[in-house]
Design a protein around this ligand. Structure first.
Ligand code: SF4
Length: 210
């Protein structure tokens, strides 16, 4: 039995008002991220048998709670929108399809696996103390599209994440990496983006990109 199935059992047999989010039940949609026995986890991929006899299930910490285990993700997704999470091509469209070499694809490996569950965001002290800070998930997505060979807006993207509430507010604490239920390393992608930002700034002979 998974924690998600246990929650359904509670809903059906003990408390019909219990509120929690879920969708795919296969660790793909990110909806059921919760704080389970003191760790960020996905309820659908966490087995009750692995948790011991006492199980404490809480909503994602440091997030406004709407009801029970449902948190308000409005700000989280607003920040996601800021980084334009889609390819913006500046070249004319090819006849058939954009071709990516294996090497080009390797650059964005893993970063494409983010399921936007907000576990990293909820775990980040820079988010807790800086309301406007974009946070690890949005910055990971910024890397994912900045490094995509089909995108042509690197400078614009660096301008967005180079702001005071972007990249440089990350202090490489690694909570995000520890919290990620997909075993991704958002801190590494943020570091890559910092490096790219610095290189581009040096090329353009400006102190840093804004
Ligand atoms: S990086 Fe990991 S923890 Fe953060 S939103 Fe993506 S999947 Fe969730």
């Amino acid at each position: 039995m998974t924690v998600l199935e246990a929650l359904f059992q509670v809903l059906d047999t003990r408390d019909h008002s219990l509120a929690f989010r879920y969708s795919c039940r296969s660790a793909v949609c990110g909806s059921c991220a919760m704080f389970i026995n003191g760790r960020h986890r996905l309820a659908c991929s966490t087995l009750v048998s692995e948790l011991g006899s006492d199980i404490v299930i809480e909503p994602l910490p440091h997030m406004p709670v709407i009801k029970d285990l449902v948190v308000d993700l409005t700000t989280f997704f607003e920040k996601y929108e800021v980084v334009k999470p889609y390819v913006v091509s500046t070249r004319s469209a090819p006849k058939n399809e954009w071709v990516q070499s294996t090497k080009q694809r390797e650059k964005i490996n893993d970063s494409t696996d983010c399921i936007m569950c907000a576990a990293c965001y909820s775990s980040c002290p820079s988010v807790w103390t800086g309301k406007k800070y974009l946070g690890p998930a949005a910055l990971l997505q910024a890397y994912r599209f900045a490094a995509d060979s089909r995108d042509g807006t690197l400078r614009d993207r660096l301008g967005v994440v180079g702001s005071e509430d972007g990249l440089w507010r990350c202090h490489t604490i690694f909570n995000c990496t520890e919290a990620c239920p997909k075993s991704l390393n958002p801190a590494r992608f943020i570091e890559n983006l910092k490096r790219t930002s610095t290189k581009e700034a040096l090329k353009a002979k400006i102190p840093f990109l804004r």
